[in-house]
Ligand binder design. Structure first.
Ligand code: FAD
Length: 388
């Protein structure tokens, strides 16, 4: 998890320098520690005058043959020789959109990462969380670390938690690329067969999924737009829980909360909100029927938008409208060439704008975790260095 591909062990070395012997290289350290590590790198770059950190939002790019101008939300602008765009995917609209007109703001948390999002709750109050993925688990853990004892309900369409990582490294399966490239169903069959074969030898299924990692992008690119859409429609949520796994000890903690009755996972979606007696009543439609959750706060952990065609994000919509950017066949993100340069509407690369991260999902599918991000950054930096 080091920030650069040249030194993948750098995060562990940083942990060792602060808490010697506390973390093994294969442990999952808290995300907040990783944030501190990254901020240390940023602070060092600022101290050496090789970086500035501006708390601004970019709303538009304008390119000239020699520059890129970044127009900021404040009305100011910045001129750069080259730009590396890494804004992640925009926030999805909250799952209670259209139902919250009469609901006082304090009951609803649209962004779980916003400062103070969990402040002001009494330790015994009930909380509902929309989503049951990694962000939801993070929020449950944060609440419990703060001493929150009230009941927590995770509400999601599938009602599935991420599956566990295995403690010791497993040998990843090797797949024939042409088998995976045939399409979604042949690929699914190959992975199932590999998992069964591992199970027959008493080995964990995780090796069958980890073996896909090095071939995910090539497989995704070999599939037609129809196959990719089929995957997104039918297999996305299964992929998410198998691929983006959680540390086993966190899942065990959730299980013990479930057993003690302080955590529940409900399959369903919100279809109404009201306030009664100072509490939020969340009406839930689930396969089992209708129900009501009475809570002090409802937290949105449903994750980022699943596509950008209908985006209202100012930067992304201006890139699409101006033709400086273009979206992939499935509308998951923005297109880039193999070097990472953002592709214009006419299919030509912008010579001075690179894309990094989840916005490249439409081209690569696997484009969110640190190992992929640091490779993309290194590639972009190598490409833009001659322009500086
Ligand atoms: C709970 C959880 C656990 C995870 N665990 C792991 C893990 O164990 N290993 C792993 O490899 N990955 C993990 N991930 C994934 C990884 O953390 C993310 O994919 C990664 O943080 C993405 O980084 P990013 O910089 O590309 O995007 P983001 O973290 O989304 O950052 C984008 C930044 O751009 C800013 N921005 C956006 N638009 C604009 C704009 N117009 N102007 C100015 N700024 C803008 C945003 O404010 C934000 O600061 C996890 C993710 C979650 C949610």
């Amino acid at each position: 998890m080091g920030a650069t591909p040249a030194d993948p062990g750098a995060f562990h070395a940083w942990l060792e320098s602060r808490e010697p012997g506390r973390w093994a290289a294969t442990d999952f350290a808290p995300r907040a520690r990783y944030g501190e590590y990254l901020m240390d790198l940023v602070d060092a770059a600022r101290a050496s005058n090789s970086a500035i950190l501006a708390r601004e939002s970019v709303v538009r790019l304008e390119t000239t043959p020699r520059h890129v101008d970044l127009l900021l939300g404040s009305g100011e602008s910045l001129r750069a020789s080259a730009v590396l765009l890494a804004p992640g995917l925009p926030q999805a609209r909250p799952p209670w959109r259209g139902l919250d007109d009469d609901i006082p703001a304090g009951f609803l948390v649209a962004d779980p990462w916003a400062p103070g999002a969990l402040d002001g709750l009494d330790a015994g109050q009930a909380v509902a969380v929309v989503g049951s993925g990694l962000t939801a688990i993070d929020i449950v853990s944060s609440l419990r670390r703060r001493g929150h004892q009230g009941s927590i309900t995770l509400l999601s369409r599938g009602g599935r938690l991420p599956l566990p990582h295995v403690g010791t490294p497993v040998q990843p399966t090797t797949y024939a690329p042409e088998e995976l490239a045939k399409g979604v169903l042949p690929a699914l069959r190959a992975v199932r067969a590999a998992a069964d074969e591992l199970a027959s030898r008493g080995l964990p299924w995780q090796g069958a999924v980890d073996g896909l990692r090095s071939q995910t992008s090539a497989t995704w690119q070999a599939w037609s737009a129809d196959e990719r859409s089929r995957f997104v429609r039918h297999l996305r949520s299964l992929w998410e829980i198998h691929r983006h796994r959680a540390p086993a000890h966190l899942l065990q903690e959730l299980e013990s909360q479930r057993r003690s009755g302080t955590l529940s996972i409900v399959r369903g979606k919100i279809h109404g909100l009201t306030v009664l007696g100072g509490q939020l009543q969340v009406q839930v439609q689930s396969p089992e029927g209708e129900g009501v959750l009475t809570v002090a706060r409802l937290v949105n952990c449903a994750g980022p938008a699943q596509g950008i065609r209908q985006t209202i994000d100012p930067l992304l919509s201006s890139l699409l409208h101006s033709g400086l950017g273009s979206t992939d066949d499935v509308g998951l993100g923005l297109r880039a060439d193999p070097q990472g340069r953002m592709l214009r509407h006419d299919g030509k690369p912008n010579e001075r704008v690179w894309l990094v991260g989840a916005l490249r999902k439409g081209d690569l599918w696997e484009s969110t975790a640190v190992p992929e991000l640091r490779m993309q950054v290194a590639q972009a930096v190598a490409g833009l260095a001659p322009l500086l």
